[in-house]
Ligand binder design. Structure first.
Ligand code: GLA
Ligand code: ZN
Length: 687
């Protein structure tokens, strides 16, 4: 369904109570109730680190209701009050992310059933049955109590729903709900479902909705429509669970906004759908800094995720809800952030539109799984550690940037990233079985623009295309109803559209378009038809020539038939040598560029450079590692120059009469500014 959101910008800070940006993170005093001395000391340490926010109660159900119907809120009363008295605002969680043992014991239906049909035993987290009426009721009761007790507290500023919702349950309740959901989607007409899912294949035709099972381990996996609809249902059922959480909060604490923490390119839920239930978007960022990739690649992947999050509610800042002050403990190898990188990575979130820098977690837990996860305060309890010092520096940085709160990036470019498209590509049996690299390809296009000084939005195909000059739609395999029409309007009115291989093959049910790809009329815009798709073995290459230069191509090479476009680049090898690989098609006042092969990144950079010049966007290619982001608030523009490289780099000339926000000095127009390794600069200029 189409639901283009408007691009109204009010530049309102997320939290009017707070002067500036939030700095803080997950705080679990419920694990330390027998150590009041430590809880007292925590507040002192928070103040020293420039912390003004704590996320409370995320996994505190056992501490709040240790036995069914027995409640202990006193400790939470005290903590919230003490924090507030010391200038620390509370982000209050609903505890549904993990359940106490008594509940799992007494009500087995709240425990999730796995795809093999077996019900979980008690333990772990993020593993409830989202359909269970008992669990929904328990959550409602708990949320009602929290809302009634804390909804009016001046120190509480936000609801943090549960934690990292994920996964699906395969119990009978969920199976029945899935069937009901299908019944509604297909108008109670099983033939409609059979057609949409193409079930005549292998004689998989259903006679009734009751025959449809979720895709369980021992069940159906070859009907792609089933796989896709199960994922849609899972999103829908999670959204319903979320609404059940929100209702009492809204009833008894109507003034508090609601968020839940999303994850890094998480594949299990269509976050664009979940976003509609929330007031604010927040997410947990755990990049693999200093791994085998160049630093700027990791940085650009992180920037892509920041942008994806912010673009779910355009015109409004997002929140970095979790990040580690030093290292995590759950990756195969848990490396420390090198000195200086912490500040730079925090600043990247702010530069991308976050009004918060929050951590997991404030104080290390003494035992269990997360005892060696990085935290602001480690087991020494001291403030003279390297990590504490670096966190305190971020605290100062956040104070000097407080004017930024409420401002937003307003890029002229966007990358389309769409969960349903991702799922359809993942499930598609063809091309490369395991890895068609949808995420990687979208990030590559994003990174290319980042290297030209742009910070594109990352939007779903059903979002409004208004306000953009250039849209990249890499591998837009699935065309949902209405998308082509809106792309047509976009390009006719002067927009530049970039498409690639695997574009426009299937409709919203994953049925192939008849009459040539890209279907649904998109061919009219691109001016090319994708005749065949060649998938190369790993290590094999072709090459293309574009603008007199030769570039490598690998993995995917689509063979094109021209339908009005001009050839801009050709394949140089194999039986399709001399055939078009990069094409250009003027359409209305705009232009459509098709890149048929997975070309190396320098080729993308050259193609985008040309388009950017034409559209007066961005900069000439920046040194690798330099990111330039900007945020505006109607009066001012804040520009962030971030050096994600191991060397010093020179940044492009800064506009006249800018102020350096970090030291207040006025910068002259012609200054040749150097940023040292991991260095940064934030400028402020009047609009
Ligand atoms: C996730 C969770 C947190 C914590 C961190 C550790 O993001 O939300 O509760 O477990 O991971 O990195
Ligand atoms: Zn279930």
């Amino acid at each position: 369904m189409e639901n283009p959101s408007s691009r109204s910008h009010t530049y309102t800070p997320l939290f009017p109570q707070v002067n500036g940006l939030l700095h803080g993170g997950d705080y679990n005093p419920d694990q330390w109730l027998d150590r009041p001395d430590i809880l007292e000391k925590d507040v002192e340490l928070m103040k020293k680190a420039g912390i003004n926010s704590a996320s409370l109660g995320i996994f505190a159900w056992s501490a709040l209701e240790p036995e069914e119907g027995t409640y202990h809120f006193e400790w939470m009363d005290q903590v919230i009050e003490r924090l507030y008295q010391n200038g620390v605002y509370t982000i209050l969680a609903t505890p549904s992310g993990a359940r106490p043992a008594w509940m799992d014991e007494k009500y087995p239906e709240v425990r999730r059933v796995l795809p093999n049909g077996k019900r979980n035993l008690h333990g772990g987290r993020h593993n409830h049955c989202p359909s269970s009426p008992i669990y929904r009721q328990k959550v409602r009761e708990m949320n009602t109590r929290l809302a009634k007790r804390y909804g009016e507290h001046p120190g509480v500023i936000l609801w943090h729903l549960s934690n990292e919702y994920s996964g699906a349950c395969y119990c009978d309740l969920c199976r029945k709900k899935f069937q009901d959901w299908l019944r509604e989607r297909y108008h109670n007409n099983i033939q409609e479902l059979n057609h949409a899912w193409w079930t005549g294949f292998w004689s998989h035709t259903y006679n009734s909705f009751e025959q449809v099972d979720p895709p369980m381990d021992q069940g159906e996996h070859s009907v792609l429509g089933l796989l896709l609809d199960w994922r849609r249902f899972t999103t829908n059922n999670t959204a319903e669970f979320i609404r059940n959480e929100i209702e009492p909060l809204q009833q008894f604490a109507p003034s508090l906004p609601v968020t839940t923490n999303f994850m890094w390119l998480f594949g299990g839920l269509d976050y664009n759908q979940i976003a509609k239930e929330l007031d604010i978007i927040s997410w947990d960022a755990y990049p693999r800094w200093h791994n085998e990739q160049p630093l700027y690649e990791v940085a650009s992947e992180t920037a892509f995720n920041h942008s994806l999050m912010r673009s779910m509610k355009r015109g409004q800042p997002f929140m970095l809800m979790e990040s580690t002050p030093s290292q995590v403990n759950w990756m195969p190898y848990n490396k420390l952030k090198r000195p200086g990188l912490h500040q730079l990575s925090c600043l990247q979130a702010v530069a991308s539109g976050s009004d918060t820098v929050l951590y997991f977690q404030f104080r290390m837990g003494r035992g269990s799984f997360e005892q060696f996860h990085g935290a602001v305060v480690n087991h020494t309890g001291r403030d003279d550690t390297r990590v504490f010092q670096e966190v305190s520096e971020v605290g100062n940085l956040m104070k000097s940037l407080s004017d930024i709160a409420g401002s937003v990036p307003t890029p002229k470019t966007a990358v389309i990233y769409d969960w349903e498209n991702r799922w359809a590509i993942e499930d598609m049996a063809g091309a490369a079985k395991q890895d068609k690299k949808y995420n990687e390809t979208c990030i590559q296009h994003f990174r290319t623009m980042l290297r030209l000084g742009e910070d594109p939005d990352v939007i779903s195909s059903t979002e409004s295309f208004e306000g953009y000059d250039l849209i990249a739609a890499p591998m837009l395999y699935m065309l949902k109803p209405g998308v082509v029409q809106r792309l047509k309007e976009f390009v006719s009115n002067g927009g530049a559209l970039i498409t690639t291989w695997l574009t426009g093959y299937v409709d919203e049910n994953t049925l192939a378009f008849l009459g040539g790809f890209p279907g649904d009329g998109l061919m009219e815009i691109t001016g090319v038809e994708a005749a065949e798709l060649d998938t190369l073995y790993p290590g094999q290459q072709n090459s293309v020539r574009w603008n007199g230069k030769k570039y490598h191509a690998a993995e995917f090479c689509e063979l094109l038939s021209m339908r009005g476009a001009k050839t801009a680049g050709c394949y140089l090898e194999d039986f399709y040598e001399g055939e078009p690989a990069i094409t250009v098609h003027p359409f209305g006042k705009g232009i459509s560029v098709h890149i048929a092969a997975k070309v190396e990144e320098s080729c993308l950079l050259d193609i985008y450079s040309d388009l950017f010049k034409e559209k007066h966007l961005g900069f000439a290619p920046l040194p690798p590692g330099l990111e330039i982001h900007s945020r505006v608030n109607g009066k001012k523009r804040y520009r962030f120059y971030l050096n994600f490289s191991e060397d010093s780099i020179t940044i492009p000339p800064i506009p006249a009469k800018c102020k350096n926000m970090l030291d207040g000095t006025v910068l002259s127009a012609c200054s040749k500014t150097e940023l040292k390794r991991y260095g940064f600069l934030v400028t402020e200029e009047n609009l």
